[in-house]
Structures are given as C-alpha cells and as structure tokens.
Design a protein around this ligand. Sequence first.
Ligand code: ADP
Ligand code: MG
Length: 712
Amino acid sequence: MPAGDPPLTLRDLAEMPVNRLRGVGEKKEKSLAAAEIRTVLDLVQHYPRRHLDRTREAKIADLRKGDEATVFGEVRSSGTRQLRGRRTLTEVVIGDGGHQLTLTFFNQRWREKQLQPGMTLMVHGKCDFFRGNRQMTGPVVDLVGNQTGRIIPVYPQSEKSGLLTRDLQTFIEEALARSSVRGFADPLPDAVLDRFDFVTRNAAIKGIHNPETMAEKDEARRRLVFDELLRVQLELVRRKRRIERETAGLSHSLAGELVDRFHERLPFPLTGAQQRAIGEIGADLALERPMHRLLQGDVGSGKTVVAVTALLAAVQGGHQGALMAPTEVLAEQHHLGVTSMLGDLMVPDPSTLMGDRPLRVELLTNRVGAGDRRKILADLVTGKVDIVIGTHALIQDKVEYASLGVVVIDEQHRFGVEQRAALRDKGDVRAAPDVLVMTATPIPRTAAMTVYGDLDVSVLDELPPGRTPIDTTWARTEDETAGVWSAVRDEVAGGRQAYVVCPLIGESDALDVRSATETHEELSGGELHDLRLALLHGQMPSAEKADVMERFRSGDIDVLIATTVIEVGVDVPNATVMVVLDADRFGIAQLHQLRGRVGRGQAESRCFLVGDPSTGDGEARIEALEASTDGFALAEVDLDLRGEGTIMGERQKGRNDLRLASLVTDREWVGVAREVAMEIIDADPELEAHPELADEIALLLGDDEAEFLMKS
Ligand code: ADP
Ligand code: MG
C-alpha cells in the first residue's frame, strides 16, 4: 500500500477479505470462516479472551499444598477411568523439566482428546497433594502453543474450527504489520480523547493483541471498550431523540375515580417500591410523548398491581389498555389474576343512568372460539372492551382498537422485538400508545440502558410483607432423590400441595410433553402412587388446563406434574413444595422463577433441585440456588457463569457490537458513553459533522441491530 494513502477506517478493513493475508490459504480460510472471521476487520476485532502474564507463572517444583497458581507445562500423558455411577475421571499429566503435575477432571472425557501429549498448556488452579503427587482438580486450561512473549494473548477458539491460538496470532500480526504504514483512522473527537486520556486507536489495536505489559493491555482495552459503548449509545440516543421529535403520544392521568377505586379495594397497602414505580409511570403517562418504560421486579414483587394501575389510567381517560404475555397459558393466567384482582370494579360513566358501568376485560388468544372472537374484535373497534389480555394475537392485523392508550408487555424472557414494534403501530394513527415492559429478570440499571435501548427503568426492589423464605436443597444421588419423594408425601400428609417440574428435553414442545407424561406415569405407579396427581402441559386443550389449575387451586389435586408452563403466574399459597427434575438443565433465572411459585403463603416452603450435573457450570448453578433466594444476587452469579449472554439473551447473541465491553464490569463506562453520546447528538443530531463515527455505526450496528437494541 502506498504511504500517501489516508489512515485505514474500519470500513476499509471490512472490505479486505482474510485470504489477502499471507498464510491464509483455502483451508485456513475455511477454519477462520467457521469462527466467523471473514475480513481483516473480523480478525482485528477477534480480541483475546484474556491475557496470561508469564512473569507471574510458577514452577511445578515450587508448588505447595493449597497454593493457587498458574503453571506452564507440556502434556506427558492422559487417560480416563470409569468411576461409580456414570461418572468418569480424566487425568492429564503435565510436566516442566523434571517435575510433574496431574490435572484431574470429573465427567469431562473430552479433555483426553483436547489435551494430547506434546501440547503446551497454561493451567490455573489450586495445588493439592494426592499420594505424594502434585495435583490440580478442574483447573482452568489454556492451550498456548510455543509462546515466547511475556504477555500471551489467549484467543477464543473453537475446538471444531481447527484454529489454534498460534494461527490467530500469526494472522493478526500480519494484519497489523500490513496496516502499520497507513495506520488506523481515529474517529473520536480530540476533546473526548483528551478528556478521558484515551490512547489512540492505533495504540489500542496493537495494545490489545500484542502488549508489552499488562498496563498497556488495560489502556488498550479501556479505549476499545469505550468505542464500542459509544457507538451503541450514539445510535440509541439518536433514535430516542428522533422518536421524541416525531411521535406524538396521549396524555393520561392517574388522578381519577377509577384508579382510586382500584387502589381502595386492594386487600393490602402498596409497598414503597410499588408507590414509587406508579409515581414514575404516572409522570410518563402525563406527557404527550409515548412512555417507554421497563418495570423490573423479582418474582412476587407485585408487578401486576402496578401494570393494572397503568391500564386503568388509560381506561379512565376514555382509552383502552392491552396486556400481552409471551404464551397463551400465561395470557390465560394473567386474565384470571387480573379479573380476580379487579372484581366488579365499576367505571365512572356520567352518560349512563347509574353514573357507572362495569369494567370490561377480555381474553383474546388463538384458543378463543370463533364466535366469541368475532364479538371481542368488534367491541375493541367500538371501544366497548376496556382492557384486552392476550398473546401476540393482539397485534395481528385483524385486531383494531378504538383508541389504544396503554400497552403492558409481560416480557418474561421470551418476547421479541418485532412483536413490540408491531404493537406500537396499533395505536391511534395520530398517537402511539404508552408502553410498559415488565420483566422478572433483574438487570443492572446501566446494562438495561443498553439492552433495552431508550427504555426508562423502574425497579420494584422490595417484596410484599409476609413472604416466607424458601429452603432449597440439592438432591444428587438416588438416595437423596428418594428422600425428596418422601418429603413430598409428608407435606401432602400435612395438608399441603406440591409441584413437580419435568426435565426440559429440548427445543420441541412435543418432547417436553412426552417427558412430563412419562414422569406422571412413573410417579403415579411408584413413589407417589397414593397421592392425587395431575398433569399439566402446554399442549393440553385450554379447558382441560383451566380445569386442572382450578382443581389444584381448590385442593383437589395434591401434586401438579408440569412442564415449565407453571413458570409464571400460578399462585397457589397452599403449595409449599417445588421439585425440579434434571434441574441442571435449567438456567439460574428460570430456576429462580420456578421456585417463586412456592413461598407464597404463611407456611414454610421447600424447593428440591434434583440433578446430577455433568458440567461444572451445572453444579455451580444449583449451588447458587441453594445459597441464595435474592434475584439480584443470583443474577450476579449468572453473569459470572455466562457472561453477557445473561443480559443480552439468546436473541442478541452474535448480533451486537459489544465484543469487548462487559455490561457488568464496564458499567461505569456505559454511563460515561451515554453522557458523551448525548453531548454529541444534542449538538449534531444526525452526526453530519462526525461522518467517521456515523459510518462506523452504520457498518457495525446496521439497521437491524439498532432496531433490535431499541426494541420498543
Ligand atoms: P410478580 O408479577 O411481580 O411476580 P405479582 O404481581 O404476581 O408479582 O404479585 C405476587 C403476589 O403478591 C400476588 O398474590 C399479589 O396479589 C400480591 N401482592 C402484590 N402487591 C402486594 C402488596 N403490596 N402487599 C401484599 N401482597 C401483594
Ligand atoms: Mg406476575
């Protein structure tokens, strides 16, 4: 490349295929593609997972019992033994010079293939002695190859793609060398560089891949993290401001007879957190700008009362409310819960003889019969239905509203962005409805700022009084599992009820249903044969399901055997035992949700997590649930175990520009980036004076992704 050319932009890098690099032939090109690396930009942005500091490594000979240390060594041998049960023990011996260290792994037979004699590894763990030999159990292992530098970058590598850290290093070095003449363009305004004392992009890219010191790496990372966060925030703020400029909303008031009546008839006082959230929502509703608010609260924190208050604000102003749930079952449960909470609430209506009319709440799902459905649809158009509860059926084209004022979306973990956007379009042509999204997944506020785009956040951080703590036990062995069933029988003998949640088999509903059916058969012919059992799953006809739920609620059923359909919404205070089978197949958040089904009454409740996990993560999840009932604390553990995946969720996997930034550990920078983005956008709303930044956003976020981040 001639020296006169301008510095390389990220777009320039994105337009260079990797096969232009020396050493990247057809085979390596395939391997790189398998790791989603197709262009030089992909390669440069394939950041090390971490960096190993060899200046701090220990010699095997120096390890004493209990030392936690990092050791460099060569694999000498490996082998696997069968233990009792289905467990296996894989032992890998590594050595440095004349000394040896045995690495042991339970139920990780694949290690034998992964760690073959002659390979060089870096391992980190706690040293122990077993029969006089040094040993580490379940250490962290990195395949480092023959490295000479003092700081070794460790790249994320997939075993399947056949890419070694060494290959990646060679290619990246080559890419950096080839770019060194022109250098990398820096889109950040000088004022921002100075204010935060950031290194240049040149220094940052070199420093992340090939640092001389850990300090250099840290500075590089700080700069690159900021760039990622700034791009996201610029796009979010730009869109937020656009919406504010362009969309009109309706103004609703919480002050009114209907909302007052509703609060007066509640059998309990609102918690402080509920009052605060209602206040925040009220302020949003009052503006003639559509509300976009996220209501976060742990299971049982009382989100429904808050949501219903918002819906009633719309109704008392002469508009309608809609509540959307992610599944039909959940919609049905919400309908049940909301109608019983509302009772025979009357809407003040001076045009009627009595000055009052009944509030009309309808359920609209695909299972509602054709006749009823037609009627509800017609009455939504004329405004005779005040509140409608359903699934995404609510946003099908056929559904029209007289004036949709407030929409509540119970997201749980399943709702998609597309549905939300469609629902927004359902409003009056002149005004978009106010939107409240409820979620039971605790997310730190700064993270929510990114994940949920421009949603403002309210948090219910206080549980209603009178909850009894849930005692959680892990049953791993057959004996322990037998103990679980006897505990269930004891509780039932004491007049209580229980849930049994069946293993999640996989993607398909049908398989889950079969597993639940089999479990039901096994238990009714075996451990729980003398109890009244019933089966509940998503594929049963609604009427049958409603009947089972009703019989469970009224105490005619002792044990409800179910798929995860009971995850949300079921509220039976007399149920005091929750058994989750193959608990290691569930995520932390889901287990926490499931467990929230008990502990709703005055009696002490218990949760049994049955499972013999084959992975360390599976064990760690169950241990976390045993140790804590605090949703925020569990979310932290989940973050540690799964990283960003927890926050970003499945739907955002692989679709975001946050490669290096962690919404957890870099949360202070999220706030800073947000601030800087607001300054830039408020001075230059469409980034016309910052074409390089605008171009990077277009390149890395794209429309899709930005839509995704906005979500509402
Ligand atoms: P979430 O949806 O946040 O999991 P819910 O709205 O389903 O929680 O409320 C859980 C239970 O707590 C319900 O039985 C509800 O009636 C009750 N509840 C809600 N708010 C209060 C309160 N302020 N005091 C006592 N009980 C409450
Ligand atoms: Mg709820």
